[in-house]
Design a protein around this ligand. Sequence first.
Ligand SMILES: Nc1nc2c(c(=O)[nH]1)N[C@H]1C(S)=C(S)[C@@H](COP(=O)(O)OP(=O)(O)OC[C@H]3O[C@@H](n4cnc5c(=O)[nH]c(N)nc54)[C@H](O)[C@@H]3O)O[C@H]1N2
Ligand SMILES: Nc1nc2c(c(=O)[nH]1)N[C@H]1C(S)=C(S)[C@@H](COP(=O)(O)OP(=O)(O)OC[C@H]3O[C@@H](n4cnc5c(=O)[nH]c(N)nc54)[C@H](O)[C@@H]3O)O[C@H]1N2
Ligand SMILES: [Mo]
Length: 828
Amino acid sequence: MESSIDRIGDPWGSRVPHGRHKSWAARVDTFLSEGVEPAMVQEWVQAASILHSDGDAMDIAVMDGRMVGVRGRATDRVNRGRLGPKDLFGWQANNSPDRLTRPLVRENGRLVESDWDTAMGRVVTRSHDLLDAHGPGALGFYTSGQLFLEEYYTLAILARAGIGTNHLDGNTRLCTSTAAEALKESFGCDGQPGSYDDVDHADVIALFGHNMAETQPVQWMRILDRLEGSEPPRLLCVDPRPTRVARRAAVHLAPRIGTNVALLNALLHEIIRTDRVDHGYIEKNTVGYEKLAADVKDCTPGWAADICDVPAARICEAAELLGTADALLSTVLQGFYQSHQATAAAVQVNNLHLIRGMLGRPGAGVLQMNGQPTAQNTRECGANGDLPGFRNWQNDAHVAELAQVWNVEPSTIPHFAPPTHAMQMFRYAEQGSIRMMWISGTNPAVSLPDLARVRSILAKEGLFVVTQDLFLTETAQFADVVLPAATWGEKTGTFTNADRTVHLTDKAVDPPGEARPDLDIFLDYAARMDFRDKDGGPLVSWQDPESAFEAWKRCSEGRPCDYSGLTYTKLREVGGIQWPVNQQAPGGTERLYTEGISWARPDLCESYSKDLVTGAADDASAYRSRNPDGKAMIKAVGYVPAHEQPNAQSPFQLTTGRTLYHFHTRTKTGRAPQLNKAAPEVWVEISAVDAIAQGLTEGDLVEVRSPRGALRGRLRVTDIRPGLLFVPFHYGYWDTPAGSGPNATTGGRAANETTITDWDPASKQPLFKTAAAAITLVERSDGRQAPAPTTTASAPAGPARLQPTVGGLDAHASQARDTTWNLSGGNR
Ligand SMILES: Nc1nc2c(c(=O)[nH]1)N[C@H]1C(S)=C(S)[C@@H](COP(=O)(O)OP(=O)(O)OC[C@H]3O[C@@H](n4cnc5c(=O)[nH]c(N)nc54)[C@H](O)[C@@H]3O)O[C@H]1N2
Ligand SMILES: Nc1nc2c(c(=O)[nH]1)N[C@H]1C(S)=C(S)[C@@H](COP(=O)(O)OP(=O)(O)OC[C@H]3O[C@@H](n4cnc5c(=O)[nH]c(N)nc54)[C@H](O)[C@@H]3O)O[C@H]1N2
Ligand SMILES: [Mo]
């Protein structure tokens, strides 16, 4: 048991050395509220973590009807008992005194407490009025990656077949739409090829734009344990910041942001040039190799070195690592996905695996990662711009099949165009065609790019905003109706992590006041709207989580995300199980594509694929002629520079992201005292070289300004690549003093005051990682430090970074890291 250690100061805990091909030993992490001893806990209720995509299995400790702690589940395949800092402390937000306990409605411009009948009555009346006057296209639904599968499935049927609108998307658009798109582009269908168990078997692990140490700390513990065991893996890290991953990497490439495609093309070039290519695998399983080989012929390491500002020799070392691996595991996340060539870059990682034959066997896998805990379900259930069950909106047979499952006419389900993506929904709201927006489980007034614009849309006269949340968030403050939701621990449901592991999470305690599970809210709406199927029966025929799950099983049957072999009982007994689970695979499926590519056939595939430069969708016949046998598609793409480049007004590149201790807009982690204290305020990271050149020092209050807006924060000088600024995006305005919100002259503190309205052409994922900005001094530090953690990528530059924290974590770091920067490369 690890309960006595300070898991804020020592976030990854102690090591359990883990040899190659061995199974990962358990270590059970526990945290109980002060004064609570294990013997006092009355009940342990099965759950899984809701604060990242890892799916860490845990039990919730209950005493006198209240949550009093959590404990990792030693038997679960995902985490073997381990929990990260957010898992350990984040649940405390459930008990927060400022939870919403009653519905709110807007009266004379102010939100006032109300009751469910009044609040739902307003939503229903507005829905009918808009349907009558303008049709289904006037209603939009913007949901989450944090609800449960049963909730998304219910939302999908009521939006697509009940209302009949095409405007349903998730905040997963900001998060994993590129993961989904990259899988569709390469394999014809969404569905994670790899498994977390690949960490146990890989000899090389490559992390592309993924700060796993902070964003999936438990899988990072697994890697750390392997680094201490026999036959440790060698790591490749591609990240411009000195993350913990970078410090443990055999090769760290810190490219100029927005140049991932150039880098990957050079890596592919080297691998092909040195013929470290599995020709048999390519021949049998893929199409498109010849074009890739021709397209990357001139993408030499020297060529990429200039673009990426990474030494050519280092690129060669990385190619050597990738080319000589016998079991390569790659992970890809936001450093790739939130960029202008997001899908193009993520697909090149798939290509790397395809040409090396690194798929479908232990240790050889790709994890096109998810970020949010339940993002996989948003996608599967069709609440993320896809049709349920990974069905293809362009394939009439798929639409007909879905219509049959729902017992509606195929024409009821909009499929005249691709489902509307979130950025487009906000555009429609801005232009006035969307007149009601129902926002559940997401906080766009902090998380969408270009916040001044987002606020002006949400405040628009004529847009009826419904929010469904735990708290009166920055977004809820714009709402016409606020619905108080129950959350994790207060409701039952299932969700699926990034490696297809499904967990059941049970209700442990009652929600506060009149707060209701999201499922109940959606079911209530469907009943009040009286949605019917084609025979006049109720369209939504389920009443609770388990019956919703049973309905979903029928919808998923025969599709890649097949849940038909799962039951609540089985999930309670076994813990996490990886889909597909069906008659052929009753115990679940560890890896996809063990025997060739299975879901890319023209009649099965989820997408006929897109042009990765323009985003234009192909049709069935184009797809069929390119890929008649349903093989994996190797798609070559040339590098295109980021749209916004530094210039005289905005001389720095600007990127944004996360810290270990906070989750997103901090609605939960900001209310957990240990986490909040670990990272209480926004900060701005800059390199030592730039700090000196600008006459700035640690702790100075600075303003970061882009063409969209500005923010202020204290400066942290780190080993980030020169020319680049980093700002964590967690900090909004709900806990700033009244009246100190965003301001036209001084800006605010949210990173998204500065980010741009722009997205990847194929996945439509917004660009949070590639902007340009200026930095200016507001106030001298007077010896103050930035409020940034020192245990993470935001650790101070220089010798301080080499100080081991606990257990000599950084022992190898100074040798592994290359700190020579090519400053003449014009990195601005
Ligand atoms: N602690 C914590 N964990 C989380 C979350 C959280 O909020 N907090 N959120 C969860 C969610 S929803 C998500 S999506 C994931 C995200 O998990 P990650 O993707 O790991 O997190 P980010 O910090 O957004 O970005 C990762 C890295 O991308 C790098 N990067 C920026 N620009 C570029 C570039 O152009 N090229 C390359 N190669 N790298 C670049 C940044 O330096 C950063 O270290 O985390 C999940 N886990
Ligand atoms: N600049 C910048 N911006 C980014 C990113 C970045 O890296 N940089 N990352 C993007 C990514 S990857 C993501 S995933 C998004 C995240 O952005 P958001 O989804 O907006 O962030 P959260 O704070 O997680 O918002 C979730 C909301 O749901 C509420 N909630 C939690 N549980 C429940 C529940 O059970 N039911 C209901 N109804 N509500 C619940 C929470 O209180 C919170 O208000 O941000 C994106 N924005
Ligand atoms: Mo995300």
